[in-house]
Design a protein around this ligand. Structure first.
Ligand SMILES: C[S@@+](CC[C@H](N)C(=O)[O-])C[C@H]1O[C@@H](n2cnc3c(N)ncnc32)[C@H](O)[C@@H]1O
Length: 344
C-alpha cells in the first residue's frame, strides 16, 4: 500500500455503501475462531492509560469467539496505573523508554494510543531509528521489530495527519511498511459514528504481516444519546457559578435539550446534542451540560464508552484527565472486530 495516500474523512467513509462483515452466530464464530486464531491471542497494551483498548479488545474478542490475554501493559503515569490496576488487577509497567524489548513477553497483537511528537527528519537518515529516536513511536517500532507480532492497532489525534506538513504520519507509516515489513492502512474516524455521543476524531493505524483490504464502513445498530449517558441527579459541586451560567445564557440559546455547550478558544459558545471531544488538559468550564454544569467523571467515562462498573479510584481531577486521554471504546472495538479476521 502506498504511504502517500491521503487521510480519508468520515464523509468519504460513509459514502461506501456496503457493510462487509456478515452476521455469524456465536457458535459459528467460535468454531471458526478455534482454527484461525492462536488461543489465547496474546496482546500488549502500550500507553494503556485506563484501558480503553483493553475494553475494546474484550468486546471484539467476545463477538468473534476468541480468547484474549493481555501479557504486558505500560503507562508512565502513577494515577493511570492506579486506575488500571483497580480495574484489571494488574499494575502496568512504567516508562516504556526504559523497558528493553526483550524484557516484554511474546505476543501476537500490539495496541497503543501513543502521544504525537515531532520527528527530526532533517539530515541524512538511515531508517526509522534515525528519524524517530527519542519519540514514543520509536519505542513502538523497536518492540514490533524485536517481537514480530501478527498485527497492531495504533491510535492518535487527528492532527497527526497535518503535523509537520504530513511528514510525521509519513515517517510512521514508512517505518511500519518499508522497514518493519507490515501491510498498513489508516483512517480518520469519529466516535460519533460509532454510537457514542461525542465528536472525537482520531486516526487509527492498523497493520498486519498478512496483506489485507480493510473496509472502513461500519454499521452501528444502537446509538447512545446524551440522555442515555447523563445522570438525572448530580451533586451541586458540578454546577458552574451563577455568574458563569448567566454569562453563557446571555450569549447563547440552545435548540436541543439536553445539550452540551462548548466554549471555543475565542470564547464563542455553541451547543450540540452530543459532547465535543473530551480533553485531558481542558479548562474546567469549556463543556457545560445545558450551559449549567460540568460533566461528572462517570458521565465522561460513559461518553468514552467505559462501562458503569469501571472503578473510579483516583481524584476527580485525575479521572477527568484519564477520561480525556482515553480512546473511545466502542469505536476501537468495531475496528478490532473487523480487522482481526483480515489479519489472522
Ligand atoms: C493518549 S493516552 C492513551 C490512553 C489510553 N489509550 C486509554 O484508553 O486510556 C497516552 C498515555 O501514554 C502515557 N505515556 C506517556 N509517556 C509514556 C512513556 N514514556 N511510557 C509509558 N507511557 C507513557 C500517558 O501517561 C498516557 O496515559
Amino acid at each position: 500500500m502506498s504511504r502517500t495516500k491521503k487521510i480519508r474523512t468520515e464523509k468519504e467513509i460513509s459514502k461506501k455503501a456496503s457493510f462487509a462483515s456478515s452476521r455469524v452466530t456465536p457458535d459459528d464464530a467460535t468454531a471458526e475462531a478455534v482454527e484461525k486464531y492462536p488461543s489465547p491471542i496474546r496482546y500488549i497494551d502500550l500507553f494503556c492509560g485506563i484501558g480503553g483498548f483493553r475494553y475494546a479488545a474484550k468486546a471484539a474478542f467476545d463477538n468473534l469467539g476468541i480468547k484474549g490475554k493481555c501479557v504486558f501493559s505500560s503507562d508512565i503515569d502513577k494515577f493511570a496505573q492506579d486506575s488500571y490496576e483497580a480495574n484489571f488487577g494488574e499494575r502496568p509497567a512504567g516508562d516504556i523508554t526504559k523497558i528493553k524489548e526483550n524484557e516484554i513477553p511474546d505476543f501476537d497483537l500490539l495496541f497503543g494510543g501513543f502521544p504525537c511528537q515531532a520527528f527530526s527528519i532533517c539530515g541524512l537518515q538511515k531508517g526509522f531509528a534515525d528519524s524517530t529516536r527519542g519519540t514514543l513511536f520509536f519505542d513502538i517500532a523497536r518492540i514490533i521489530k524485536e517481537k514480530q507480532p501478527r498485527a497492531f492497532v495504533l491510535e492518535n489525534v487527528k492532527n497527526l495527519a497535518s503535523h509537520d506538513n504530513g511528514n510525521t504520519l509519513k515517517t510512521i507509516v514508512g517505518a511500519l511498511e518499508d522497514e518493519l515489513g507490515y501491510h498498513v492502512d489508516y483512517m480518520l474516524l469519529n466516535a460519533l459514528d460509532f454510537g457514542l455521543p461525542q465528536k472525537r476524531e482520531r486516526i487509527i493505524i492498523i497493520g498486519s504481516k498478512k496483506k489485507f483490504d480493510m473496509d472502513w464502513s461500519f454499521k452501528i445498530e444502537k446509538k447512545k444519546t446524551l440522555s442515555d449517558v447523563l445522570d438525572k441527579k448530580v451533586d451541586k459541586k458540578y454546577y458552574a457559578s451563577d455568574e458563569i451560567v448567566k454569562k453563557r445564557k446571555a450569549m447563547h440559546t440552545a435548540t436541543e435539550y439536553p445539550s452540551i455547550w462548548h466554549e471555543n478558544k475565542s470564547g464563542n459558545i455553541s451547543s450540540y446534542p452530543y459532547s465535543c471531544a473530551l480533553r485531558a488538559g481542558a479548562s474546567y468550564n469549556y463543556l457545560l451540560v445545558n450551559g449549567e454544569r460540568r460533566l461528572t467523571p462517570r458521565e465522561m467515562l460513559r461518553i468514552q464508552g467505559f462501562p458503569n462498573d469501571f472503578k473510579i479510584v483516583v481524584s476527580d481531577s485525575q479521572i477527568r484527565k484519564q477520561a480525556g486521554n482515553a480512546v473511545p471504546v466502542d469505536m476501537v472495538a468495531k475496528v478490532i472486530e473487523k480487522f482481526l479476521p483480515l489479519a489472522f
